[in-house]
Ligand binder design. Structure first.
Ligand code: KIV
Ligand code: ZN
Length: 513
């Protein structure tokens, strides 16, 4: 048994299945690069057969990521598996992850297949996948609620066909730690060829126990791969949270006795990037990555921490990537310093044109905001208006007037392709007035599902506002993000960014549909 715990990140596949969290190819690529910096062992990049958009995302990620394995999900059928192999072609370390449900409930009601049919399908799919890729993972969906005898039969067969990893999902988040750990151990003890594959766990968080269950699968059950997502993103109550599992194993190495290859200083940047991209903000009291995770408010705690840090802290904020709001650049900084800072932050802008556009935005921001923090720079490049040359809708100007007791008025100028529009409206507040002005010209027909504002750097009203707008039209759900010291401007940018995504033809379909 190895003493290494493999970290399999599925933010871009299972995480993306969260309603409203769908990402386009460029967003996925940016997150994949951050996951590689974080040194995750496996990146599940998507579900290649589910849509052309996801196929392209898996393909692009497979082409650029070198230091993590890149994996595509595939249902246990020939078409899905071939499509996954095609998307992964050329990857440095490709993995096909194929799955089929094995619980009586899923087989009968969802698949309408007999256990024997499911058994054969699992076996032949792993055989095909192994012919196309040397690294194959098999998951019996709803594994935890499956009949153990049947599960043993299926798992023994897929391992015999060459599955290199077998992953036991608690698909509906029904497990409790001791039982789940024992479940994994029993399977490993009963299956004669169990030692020929790596055992993995994949837990959902419906009862808030995904992390505890995963750790029990490791400690009691002997699993050596955990499937998880940044910020615990995922359908319903989400998946097992990567940052919590990793920091538990690192901080309690005395108990787990396992190593992970993760560079923990990249955890907070990864968390921020995923939150910014998806619009799923992190609750302040979330372990490790919440804004309050290292804040000591009570006098007794503050006093203790000042005297000896370990009185109340079991991890150091800087070890998980909380920078102490370092002022990094100012208005006199040049293009080279800016470019270097982007590289240090791991932001790879594709072209010189994009760097120039980002630098122009940085100068504009530095004129209005005296202190520029790392967080401002990441927000600046996240802001879709940086790549405005590719965008259909672009904000040109905005002014608004609001006075206590009066109805606010806004005037907005924006480009739509080559046309320039000028519009004005009143509204309940200045943000409402500005978005209504845009809508008075566009009549987009989009329904707003979410509007949220966050301060990019906490603790000061000088911070930039970062706005996320989630729109839905014709079954498509998209997020737009905009940032600016003026939150009304940030809101208009976010709104147009979301409309740009609706306007783009790139197909986005929920990964597991
Ligand atoms: O939750 C689940 O069962 C899954 C499988 C596809 C691994 O996501
Ligand atoms: Zn899942």
């Amino acid at each position: 048994m190895t003493d290494k715990l493999i970290i399999f990140d599925t933010t871009l596949r299972d995480g993306e299945q969260s309603p409203g969290a769908s990402m386009n190819r460029d967003e996925k690529l940016r997150i994949a690069r951050q996951l590689e910096r974080l040194k995750v062992d496996v990146i599940e990049a998507g579900f290649a057969a589910s849509s052309n958009g996801d196929f392209e995302a898996v393909r692009s990620i497979a082409q650029v990521i070198k230091n993590s394995a890149v994996c595509s999900l595939a249902r246990a059928n020939d078409r899905d598996i071939s499509r996954a192999a095609e998307a992964l072609h050329g990857a440095a370390q490709p993995r096909i992850h194929t799955f089929i449900a094995t619980s009586a409930l899923h087989m009968e009601k969802k698949l309408r297949m007999t256990p024997d049919q499911v058994f054969e399908q699992a076996r032949s799919s792993v055989r095909l996948a192994r012919n196309l890729c040397h690294d194959v993972e098999f998951s019996p969906e709803d594994g935890y609620r499956s009949d153990p005898d049947f599960l043993c039969r299926v798992l023994e067969a897929v391992i015999a066909e060459g599955a290199t990893t077998v992953n036991i999902p608690d698909t509906v988040g029904y497990a409790v730690p001791e039982l789940f750990g024992q479940f994994i151990l029993d399977l490993r003890c009963r299956i004669p060829n169990a030692d020929k594959a790596i055992w993995s766990v994949h837990c959902h968080n419906d009862l808030g126990m995904a992390v505890a269950n995963s750790l029990a699968g490791v400690k009691i059950g002997g699993a050596r791969q955990v499937e998880c997502t940044i910020n615990g993103l995922g359908e319903r109550a989400g998946n097992c949270s990567l940052e919590e599992v990793v920091m538990a194993v690192k901080t309690r190495r005395d108990h787990f006795g396992l190593d992970v290859s993760i560079d923990a200083t990249q955890i907070v940047p990864a968390s921020r990037l995923v939150a910014q991209t998806t619009g799923f903000t992190v609750q302040p009291n979330k372990a490790v990555v919440g804004a309050n995770a290292f804040a000591h408010a009570s006098g007794i705690h503050q006093d203790g921490v000042l005297k000896a840090r370990d009185t109340y802290e079991i991890m150091r904020a800087e070890d998980v990537g909380w920078s102490t709001n370092k002022i990094v650049l100012g208005k006199l900084s040049g293009r080279n310093a800016f470019k270097q800072r982007l590289l240090d932050l791991g932001v790879a802008l594709e072209s010189e044109g994009e760097i120039n556009a980002a630098f122009a935005k940085f100068k504009e921001l530095a004129d209005r905001k005296s202190e520029i923090f790392d967080e401002d720079i990441t927000a600046l490049v996240m802001d879709e208006s940086v790549t405005a040359e590719h965008e259909f809708y672009r904000l040109l100007a905005l002014s608004q007037h609001s006075e206590m007791g009066e109805r606010p008025q806004a005037k907005v100028a924006f480009a739509a392709g080559d046309a320039e529009h000028h519009a004005q409206s009143d509204g309940n507040g200045p943000v409402d007035a500005s978005l209504k002005a845009i809508e008075s010209k566009l009549q987009s027909g989009a329904e707003m599902l979410l509007y949220s504002v966050n301060a990019i750097t906490s603790g000061s009203t000088e911070s930039q506002g970062e706005v996320t707008v989630r729109l839905q039209r014709g079954g498509r759900v998209v997020n737009g993000v905009g940032s600016d010291p003026d939150i009304v401007v940030a809101s208009a940018k976010a709104y147009l960014a979301a409309l740009n995504k609706l306007h783009s033809k790139i197909e986005r379909v929920a990964a597991q549909g």
